[in-house]
Design a protein around this ligand. Structure first.
Ligand SMILES: Nc1ncnc2c1ncn2[C@@H]1O[C@H](COP(=O)(O)OP(=O)(O)O)[C@@H](O)[C@H]1O
Ligand SMILES: [Mg+2]
Length: 357
């Protein structure tokens, strides 16, 4: 286990007075992995990242980097580099000087610095911009220079704190693809902080969802979305309907679920571990509409209360005949069958009812 970890945190805690910003955190990061900390503002993402970097000293716990205890080492003695949210480029230095500065501090010779700077400029698609000052660059280019500077030292771990949050939406989407490709090509272990669930899901090998100083879910993106272990993680990565109710065995590896308001569903046995009280979730886009009067498995009547067109999809707020609210999302290419006030049926496939704590 330990040889497999390039970074490991055990029992890492940070307090500010009586407030616990990071709470007894354990985490293992594998070599070459892209791992994201995802969570709302104030949940402890930056504090955790800065403790790994060495800018903040934990009150308790241990941080290991490549098998070495670095808990008490300063940042420059840890084999990692950091990309800050505001880029923190030196305004009085050119692009080339910004990127080469760390190497200069290390006493690397001029020709070697020039060679390395040219290399990372090519990697980050910045060739030709060497003589410019940061103020002469667009936001996207500044962001690339910050990444190039971090890569110049050839460290084995890259830490990034919301590096795309200052860019507009279109550029953010281009840059996340670019960053992900670069990371994969260089195989540099990366910890990436973001509050944007789409960014975390699209870029990461694993996502650590954080809440109040703790990791409440750590899994591959599809598992975080489809099988979140708890309500907090489920809600943080997307819209969701929760059904409280009871599960009972139906034999033949099948199970039955009855919601508190009286709807019966067949569910996949493996996704509802125990009989008894349970909370199931259904993502809005996992629900299908059927004509009024349709009967059959997992199909129940409802009425459309509200519809919202959001470009790629339509969001429908509905109410079941048992009186509960339901959020449904349909691709815009789906025939627009529903109108406000319509009585319809909804259908959920058994594998799309998933237990969460
Ligand atoms: N220097 C500090 N003094 C007091 N409280 C702090 C300090 N730094 C961070 N905090 C608090 O710790 C919590 C976690 O902060 P942070 O790690 O920056 O959150 P995130 O990056 O997830 O938004 C927040 O509630 C923040 O207000
Ligand atoms: Mg932060």
């Amino acid at each position: 286990m330990l040889d497999e970890a390039i970074i490991s945190l055990s029992g890492v805690t940070k307090r500010y007075g009586s407030f616990v910003a990071v709470d007894d955190l354990d985490l293992t990061v594998r070599p070459g992995e892209f791992l994201s900390f995802l969570g709302p503002s104030g949940c402890g993402k930056t504090t955790t990242l800065r403790m790994i970097a060495g800018f903040i000293r934990p009150d308790e716990g241990r941080i290991m980097l490549a098998g070495r205890d670095v808990t008490h080492l300063p940042p420059n003695r840890r084999d990692l580099s950091f990309v800050f949210q505001n880029y923190a480029l030196w305004p009085h230095m050119t692009v080339a000087e910004n990127i080469g500065f760390g190497l200069k501090l290390k006493g690397v010779s001029r020709p070697d610095i020039d060679r390395r700077v040219a290399e990372v400029l090519a990697m980050t698609d910045l060739s030709g911009l060497e003589p410019r000052f940061p103020r002469e660059l667009s936001g996207g280019q500044q962001q690339r220079v910050a990444v190039a500077r971090a890569l110049a030292l050839g460290r084995s771990v890259l830490l990034m704190d919301e590096p795309l949050s200052n860019l507009d939406r279109k550029l953010r989407i281009d840059m996340r693809k670019e960053l992900k490709e670069l990371q994969g090509r260089l195989n540099v272990t990366t910890i990436y902080v973001t509050h944007d669930q789409e960014e975390a899901l699209s870029m990461s090998d694993r996502v650590a969802v954080m809440d109040r100083g703790r990791i409440v879910c750590l899994a591959a993106p599809e598992d975080v979305y489809r099988h979140p272990p708890n309500q907090f993680a489920a809600e943080f990565v997307g819209n969701v309907n929760f059904f409280e109710g009871t599960v009972e065995d139906a034999g033949d590896g099948r199970a039955r679920f009855r919601s508190a308001d009286g709807l019966a569903f067949e569910v996949t046995r493996a996704q509802v571990p125990e009989d008894g009280p349970v909370r199931l979730m259904i993502r809005p886009e996992w629900i299908e509409l059927r004509p009024a009067g349709t009967s059959g498995l997992n199909t129940h009547p409802m009425q459309v209360d509200f519809m919202e067109y959001v470009g790629a999809s339509r969001r429908i707020s509905a109410r079941t005949d048992t009186g509960r609210d339901l959020l449904i999302q349909m691709h815009d290419i789906a025939p627009a069958r529903a109108r406000v006030g319509d009585r319809l049926c909804f259908y959920v496939a058994p594998q799309n009812l998933v237990a969460v704590k």
